[in-house]
Ligand binder design. Structure first.
Ligand code: MN
Length: 232
């Protein structure tokens, strides 16, 4: 059947092996570093893991100037390790989980923090706070076959050259295997899924003109700049 308009093409993320990674869905783990949980006003000792989702179309490659989104006055960066799923599965055991990883990238979970806190207080969904246009910047995906599986190593973020986040992947409350196992209890993971694994302490607001760089030891940096509000 002829379609009324062109269907949206899949977002193809870049990999270090030169082949595209078609992005299917985005899962984001919340409060996965104790110090960040505390800065959000929560007790990291008492929480089961949880996650929210973003549309795949919100992925933008490193190097993008992203528009400052409407509806917020407190747009925050969260630098994160991103897990790229290469092999699907449901109810994956932690011991088997790493076999489902294609690779890893540095990324950002950009957030309308004011709307997130408002939603939290009122018991409402986080969608408008988290599922923001261009809110999932993604660096080059490096295959695990080249860089290994990441369980430790520096994760840091700078804004205009100033260090704002400086943590270690070893501080994750739920490690890569546990995160994959957890999400797969609720959704059948599929090749192309991305899991943003949570952010260390030090989140903060950005303004137009800021340059944000996420560094994860062993991976390529993810670099974005904040542009003016979209007016199209
Ligand atoms: Mn996050």
């Amino acid at each position: 059947m002829p379609t009324l308009f062109e269907p949206q093409a899949a977002m193809i993320a870049a990999t270090s092996e030169g082949r595209g990674f078609p992005v299917r869905r985005i899962f984001c783990i919340g409060r996965n570093y104790a110090a960040h949980a505390r800065e959000m006003g929560k007790d990291p000792e008492r929480e089961a893991p949880f996650f929210f989702t973003k549309w795949a179309e919100n992925v933008v490659p490193s190097g993008t100037v992203i528009a400052y989104p409407p509806g917020t006055r407190d747009f925050h960066y969260e630098g994160e390790l991103v897990i790229a799923i290469g092999k699907g599965g449901r109810n994956i055991a932690p011991a088997d989980a790493l076999a489902h990883v294609y690779g890893y990238a540095a990324g950002l979970d950009m957030t309308r923090r004011d709307l997130q806190f408002e939603a939290r207080e009122m018991g409402r969904p986080w969608d408008v706070a988290k599922n923001v246009e261009q809110s999932a910047p993604l660096g080059l995906i490096h295959p695990a076959s080249a860089v290994g599986h990441l369980s430790a190593g520096r994760i840091a973020l700078t804004v205009n050259g100033q260090v704002r986040q400086d943590g270690d992947l070893g501080e994750m409350i739920w490690n890569v295997a546990e995160v994959i196992a957890y999400v797969s209890r609720f959704y059948r993971l599929e090749p192309g899924d991305l899991i943003y694994s949570g952010t260390p302490a030090g989140v903060g607001a950005v303004v137009e003109g800021d340059e944000i760089i996420v560094t994860v030891e062993g991976l390529s940096d993810c670099v974005i700049r904040i542009g003016p509000e979209a007016d199209d």
